[in-house]
Ligand binder design. Structure first.
Ligand code: PEP
Length: 256
């Protein structure tokens, strides 16, 4: 069965509640309902915006999913400042980003923590969007495939095939995030194919063939079509271009 593209917007630490509601409403207004038969769409706003954004989509009866950008794996308790999986589940999140490079690099998130988060999310029936990707120095050093596939193996440690089938991977080269420097379609395809091969090696060809592997890193309305045309790229995780309804909608259209 062909894989359905997924376009997910990562709003990062942008948008107060009123700003988030305006952006969600613009996205809803401009989204052709037919496109949503062909492509899955999600937005991942900051925690405080999740409920208001979800309410906009529910009120409009538009099938745009909502996801969180991070979560903590423990169910509850003395973890000041953290948000639990039950909390985002209760809001209706279908997705949660884990292991974004900004979390890894600015907040010290480790491969082990990414694995704990992904496994706890799967148990709660929320799809983790597992982010992997190399820095510029790793790319220039030529070991990027080893680096990224090691991140993939660590993220999936202890999972079985059924668990792995309920995940999404996003390949996000750190040197392309927020820099305006996009990976070429060939560069992105090479790594996305290696990710799929690694998942095939761990869990079998059937899981690998159904797995959605997204590309993220300065994807925009101008470069999305070529990236999405690659056989192992099944959508995009979009940062900057997800903050403007116009560009986000154009990318969704390209993904149909
Ligand atoms: C991201 O943060 O996941 C991302 C891909 O950002 P940008 O599109 O701005 O590079």
């Amino acid at each position: 069965m062909p894989r359905k593209n997924l376009i997910a917007g990562n709003w990062k630490m942008n948008s107060t509640i009123p700003e988030a509601v305006v952006l969600a409403q613009e996205i809803s207004n401009r989204m052709e309902r037919d496109w949503l038969e062909l492509v899955d769409v999600a937005v991942c706003p900051p925690f405080v915006d999740l409920k208001p954004v979800k309410s906009v989509f529910e009120f409009d009866r538009v099938d745009i999913a909502v996801g969180a950008q991070n979560v903590y794996w423990e169910p509850k308790g003395a973890f000041t400042g953290e948000i639990s999986i039950a909390m985002i589940k209760n809001i209706g999140c279908a997705f949660c980003i884990v292991g974004h490079s900004e979390r890894r690099n600015l907040f010290g998130e480790t491969n082990e923590e990414v694995n704990l988060k992904a496994r706890a999310l799967i148990e709660a029936d929320i799809t983790p969007i597992i982010c992997v990707g190399e820095s510029l120095s790793v790319r220039d050093g030529g070991t990027y495939l080893d680096f990224v596939t090691a991140q993939v193996r660590a993220a999936y440690a202890g999972m079985d095939a059924a668990d792995a089938a309920r995940t999404v991977v996003a390949y996000e080269p750190v040197w392309a995030i927020g820099t305006g420097r996009t990976a070429t379609p060939e560069q992105a395809e090479e790594v996305c194919a290696a990710i799929r091969a690694t998942v095939s090696d761990m869990f079998g060809a059937e899981v690998a063939e159904s797995l959605r592997v997204l590309y993220g890193g300065s994807m925009n309305e101008g470069n999305a079509a070529l990236l999405l045309a690659e056989p192992d790229i099944d959508g995009g995780l979009i940062g900057g271009a997800a903050l403007k309804a116009d560009s986000f909608i154009q990318i969704v259209k390209e993904a149909c």
